[in-house]
Write a protein that binds this ligand. Structure first.
Ligand code: PLP
Length: 383
């Protein structure tokens, strides 16, 4: 018999890892609302489930698929991306040194500079696109963790995951990557040497702007992972059952959604770069973007569905564009089927590194010509 090659990631996602219920023939993974599981006569739990805060079988479909897509040993589903990210830092100890990017998702940056620093972590911000800066920030035997986000929200800078993994490991630190924007369709940080990959599954993984969720996938089930699992379970930072079910449903269309979004975003970035009202387009897919060559090496099949523009005329002109769009919705978040536009500086506040003339665009699944027509009229009337 001819040998069947291993299934490709697109197939694993579309088929929910080939799920089929042996008893009923159902092709769709089930939803188990039970919070508790039968104990054996000898007081054991032979089937491995005790209580749903740690062992919810509805998590399995999304968690196992993500482990397969990321090439990791295990995945945990959290109540939000923030719950997933903060669990990693809370699994460390007060006094530990961590290296984080200066430009990153602002909510996590605020938590690191506020709660985590008060709790006792020594948080050092670096330009994560500069290998020398990362190298200089590492303190051998004191730095426990390097955190990256690539592309990094909302300027979309690219970090060299493989090179930084090597630097971190040489210093005795672990590397965790927020891969929310890249998704496993475009980048697989564990294959590049990272130890952990995190997602705000609220974004592309679920993809429909109707679930708040987060995930962590580990390269190996080691002691550090056990500490993260304990933080999750003891803090109760778990996803709801229905949300976990919706997440596996969203994941099944991850590949076609992200691939479509990459095509539309590149097309819009090229058109925007030639628009007289646009001062600058920030998108890793454009050849003159500083991280383009690295993105072309590190990302496979596209440069993502997020871009930012700087509008000529400053903050007032940028705010006017966001107010004049119709098809694009002026709203926060990203990675859904609908296109969103947002003035980031006014959300992030005075400590934000984001220019005040910047608009962040999350490209959805609408026809790209309709998206362009709407943006073009909003830009033209902003002068
Ligand atoms: N990481 C990135 C890159 C994000 O954009 C977000 C949310 O916007 C988060 C993490 C936090 O995720 P959540 O909103 O699911 O807590």
């Amino acid at each position: 018999m001819a040998e069947v090659p291993p299934r490709r990631p697109e197939t694993l996602a579309a088929t929910a890892l080939g799920h089929e219920d042996a008893a009923t023939g159902a092709l769709i993974p089930p939803l188990h609302p039970s919070t508790t599981f039968r104990r054996d006569a000898d007081l054991g739990y032979g089937r491995g489930r005790v209580y749903a805060r740690a062992d919810n079988p509805t998590f399995d479909a999304a968690a196992e698929l993500l482990s397969a897509l990321e090439g990791g040993e295990q995945t945990l589903l959290f109540a939000s991306g923030m719950a997933a990210a903060t669990a990693v830092f809370l699994s460390l100890s007060p006094g530990d040194h961590v290296v984080v990017p200066r430009v990153m998702y602002w909510g996590l940056r605020s938590w690191l500079l506020g709660f985590a620093s008060r709790w006792g972590l020594e948080v050092e911000g670096v330009d994560a696109e500069d290998l020398d800066a990362v190298r200089a920030a590492l303190k051998p035997s004191r730095t426990r963790l390097v955190w990256l986000e690539s592309p990094a929200n909302p300027l979309w800078g690219i970090s060299d995951i493989a090179a930084i993994a090597e630097l971190a490991h040489r210093a005795g630190a672990r590397l965790a990557v927020d891969s929310t924007v890249a998704t496993p369709v475009l980048t697989r940080p564990l294959e590049l040497g990272a130890d952990l990959v995190m997602h705000s599954a609220t974004k592309y993984l679920n993809g429909h702007s109707d679930v708040v969720a987060g995930t962590l996938t580990t390269r190996s089930k080691d002691e550090d992972w056990d500490r993260i699992k304990a933080v999750q379970s003891q803090n109760g930072a778990i996803l709801g059952t229905f949300e976990a079910w919706l997440l596996q449903r969203g994941l099944r269309t991850l590949f076609p959604r992200v691939q479509w979004q990459c095509r539309s975003t590149l097309d819009l970035a090229q058109r925007l770069a030639a628009h007289p009202r646009v001062a600058e387009v920030l998108y890793p897919g454009l050849p003159d973007f500083p991280g383009h060559a690295l993105a072309a090496r590190q990302m496979t099949g596209g440069f993502g569905g997020m871009l930012s523009i700087r509008v000529k005329g400053g903050e007032a002109a940028a705010v006017a564009v966001a107010a004049r769009v119709g098809l694009w919705k002026p709203a926060t978040s990203l990675g859904g089927v609908e296109s969103l536009i947002e003035h980031r500086a006014s959300i992030e506040g005075p400590t934000s590194p984001v220019p005040t003339d910047l608009l962040r665009l999350s490209v959805g699944l609408e026809a790209v010509d309709d998206l362009w027509a709407d943006l073009d009229q909003a830009l033209d009337s902003s002068r």
